[in-house]
Ligand binder design. Structure first.
Ligand code: ATP
Length: 366
């Protein structure tokens, strides 16, 4: 299980990667250390330019670290050229050969490795079945759809049975519906093959729904590694909370503290209890984060923790977003799931109170 410490497939130790000239250097990766377990669906998540692709390229062997090392099952892989590493890559562009058939594309890597013909045929048949492309095996890849091309690219990368499969934004060229289907399909493939997947995306929803664990990256660093729930419910830093999901930020002052819980006072004079991450000691002026669905609206401001006025109500079908202008001046969003028997209806301009679920509010490092 992802939460159990398993054996490591990949260990990245203190890796730094610098591009550019001595006068104009860019550290694409800076002191990056992370362990990726065997049989894990591991995602590198972060905004454009944070270093995700660079890290994949170093693992694949297309480029070399400026410092640090990368181990595969405990062995330093620095001396191994890409084709000697038990690692394969699926690119965003698929990079299929358009003049070859689906089956020829899937068998290509095995041909290059000089595998016997019978073994290649058996393996190609197995891969066609795995990605459900048997019916189209004789088609040229220029004559199949984008989603089908994606399946062929996956089958081709999986055919040589790599220990680790690297996937660089493989779903970004697909339309929304197909993308959702392929997310489920990829998860199934990872589960059935037992191969470690390292998946790169800048899409937080994709990362949350597919991954066993996620590494959140920003500006060449890994900020937090954890299971989707950990990252979402217990973000370690403000950037992580902001990048993943919607978040309310409130400025306050720490007035007292006990282990794991700080009492924080707001401009509106309300004081609430907020948790904080291990290894961080909040004090003085702090920012508090609360997810919109972890807060409740109450019609009587006096019964809420923080008072405000409803400035906007946005209906989304499954849920409704209530925009509240707090008496202290800040904006706050509360998200309620809609049900056919919602007991209270609110109107814009109404005075309301906001309450938090227990453990909902957290003080984070800026
Ligand atoms: P995206 O999601 O846009 O692909 P990314 O997170 O994968 O972004 P990288 O492609 O790894 O980011 O790039 C990280 C940083 O390193 C960026 O600032 C980028 O401009 C820089 N960089 C990457 N490759 C090179 C290169 N070959 N030469 C110079 N700078 C580079």
């Amino acid at each position: 299980m992802p939460e159990q410490p398993g054996k490591n497939a990949i260990e990245v130790r203190g890796v730094r990667k610098v591009f550019g000239t001595a006068e104009n250097q860019v550290a694409a990766l800076d002191a990056v250390s992370v362990s990726i377990r065997e049989n894990e669906f591991f995602t590198l998540l972060g905004p454009s330019g944070c270093g995700k692709t660079t890290l994949l390229r170093l693992i694949a062997g297309f480029d070399f670290p400026s410092a640090g090392e990368i181990l595969l099952h405990g062995q330093d892989i620095a001396p191994l050229p890409p084709f000697r590493r038990p690692v394969n890559t699926v690119f965003q562009s698929y990079a299929l050969f358009p003049h070859m058939t689906v089956a020829e594309n899937i068998g290509f890597g095995l041909e290059m490795l000089g595998k016997p013909k019978a073994e290649i045929e058996a393996r190609v048949a197995q891969m066609l079945k795995l990605v459900k492309m048997e019916a189209l095996k004789a088609r040229r890849t220029s004559q199949i759809s984008g989603g089908q091309q994606q399946r062929v690219a996956l089958a081709r990368a999986l055919a040589p049975q790599p220990k680790v499969l690297l996937l660089d934004e493989p779903l970004s060229a697909l339309d929304y519906k197909l993308r959702k289907e392929m997310q489920i399909e990829l998860k199934r493939l990872q589960h059935e093959t037992g191969i470690t997947f390292i998946f790169v995306t800048h899409d937080q929803e994709e990362a949350l729904t597919m991954s066993d664990r996620i590494a959140v990256m920003s500006a060449g660093k890994i900020l937090q590694v954890g299971a989707p729930r950990d990252i979402y419910d217990r973000p370690a830093e403000r950037f992580v909370a902001d990048f993943i999901g919607e978040t309310n930020f409130l400025a306050g002052t720490v007035v007292s503290k006990k282990p794991g819980v700080a009492m924080v006072k707001f401009a509106s004079n309300a004081t609430i209890a907020a948790g904080y991450p291990d290894g961080f000691e909040p004090s003085g002026e702090v920012t508090l984060v609360v997810r919109p669905e972890h807060a409740d609206l109450v019609p009587d401001p006096a019964k809420g923790t923080i008072a405000g006025t409803l400035s906007n109500i946005v209906y989304f079908g499954t849920d409704t977003h209530y925009h509240v202008k707090l008496d202290g001046g800040e904006n706050f969003i509360v998200r309620h799931q809609n049900s056919r028997s919602s007991p209270v209806t609110y109107e814009t301009g109404a005075k309301v109170g906001i309450q938090f679920e227990e453990d909902a509010a957290r003080v984070l490092k800026d």
